[in-house]
Design a protein around this ligand. Structure first.
Ligand SMILES: C[S@@+](CC[C@H](N)C(=O)[O-])C[C@H]1O[C@@H](n2cnc3c(N)ncnc32)[C@H](O)[C@@H]1O
Length: 308
């Protein structure tokens, strides 16, 4: 049973295999969470190995400080600052970079973080509570068309227009400040319900992605991960929804192609610089057994690429 301070790592064995761990290598865990992947990496490393972990959540960083191991370093930072963090902590090229995207179980389960429509709490939704606007603050002043755009785009929600209108009508009566208040507004605005899904699921996903700029951060970290890898170093990314996975897939495919020159430029293919990465294997999904044991793994997909 997972309690609020625990997180069951997803695709743990598969991610470690994907990283092709070298026992004296240096690995970056960009999403420490509660350290499932970091600890498993440390278990595989010898004395010369190193794990550098990042998380933008202060509670995650504090959990990381419990790991007393001279091979381990944790930094409170966004992975969008990966290059800068590594320049300060470990400037040499690294052997692997792991991203396990999305939220940790403690983030989801602790009511005061405001991520869950199942628990009543302040509508916060920031992964990094030390900075930025909360979901409640944003909803209090955003234009209706921007609310609609965010819910439609990041939630892939058909009823984005009705939901945005309902939020704007509700806030005219008083602040929309709690998770259950928002869930009730959404439930009243959504006309048909998807089987096995709460009507607020898509709206909460959308707001969380927007408030944390999750897709922009992902687009920023991928080229930095490529830059910091040594040749044959591996990038492994676990994503949890199609919007993220599309960015990862596109990035890896593009890096695995040689640069294209405009037609007519008199250069032969073999004279072009080689591709920067090689896609390793097919996307990996969790086994049925893993999904049974940990339903959160259901939508996970792991993609891997190697620097050439
Ligand atoms: C799914 S959890 C990782 C779980 C971890 N692999 C484990 O086994 O415990 C995702 C973590 O990534 C962190 N995170 C998400 N976006 C981030 C970003 N842009 N920069 C740094 N950390 C981020 C979240 O705060 C969360 O703790």
């Amino acid at each position: 049973m997972t309690t609020s301070s625990q997180h069951t790592p997803v695709l743990l064995h598969e991610a470690l295999e994907a990283l092709n761990v070298q026992t004296d290598g240096t690995y970056v865990d960009c999403t420490f969470g509660r350290g499932g992947h970091s600890r498993a990496l440390l278990d595989r490393l010898h004395a010369g190995g190193r794990v550098i972990a990042l998380d933008r959540d202060l509670a995650a960083v504090s959990a990381g400080r419990d790991i007393v191991d001279e091979r381990f370093t944790i930094v409170h930072a966004s992975f969008a600052d990966l290059r800068r963090v590594l320049e300060a902590v470990s400037p040499a090229p690294v052997d692997g970079v792991l991203l396990d995207l999305g939220m940790s179980s403690p983030q989801l389960e602790e009511a005061e973080r405001g991520f869950s429509f199942r628990r009543d709490g302040p509508l916060d939704m920031r992964m990094d509570t030390s900075q930025g606007e909360t979901a409640a603050e944003w909803l209090a002043s955003a234009e209706e068309r921007d609310i609609r755009e965010v819910i439609g785009r990041y939630g892939e929600e058909r009823f984005a227009k009705s939901i945005a209108t309902a939020i704007v009508a509700a806030r005219a009566r008083g602040p929309v400040a709690s998770t259950q208040q928002l869930a009730a507004i959404v439930a009243a605005a959504v006309r048909t319900r998807e089987a096995h899904q709460d009507p607020a699921t898509r709206t909460f996903q959308a707001l969380r992605i927007y408030i944390n700029q999750e897709l922009a951060q992902l687009s920023l970290v991928l080229p930095q991960a490529l830059d910091v890898l040594r040749p044959r170093g591996r990038l492994a990314v676990i994503s949890f929804h199609s919007l993220e996975d599309r960015i990862v897939k596109q990035f890896m495919r593009t890096q695995a192609q040689r640069d294209r020159l405009p037609p007519g430029v008199p250069v032969r293919d073999r004279e072009l610089p080689p591709a920067k990465m090689r896609v390793v294997g097919k996307p990996v999904r969790p086994s049925e057994q893993e999904v049974t044991l940990n339903p959160r793994a259901r939508s996970a997909v792991l993609r891997v690429a190697e620097r050439q």
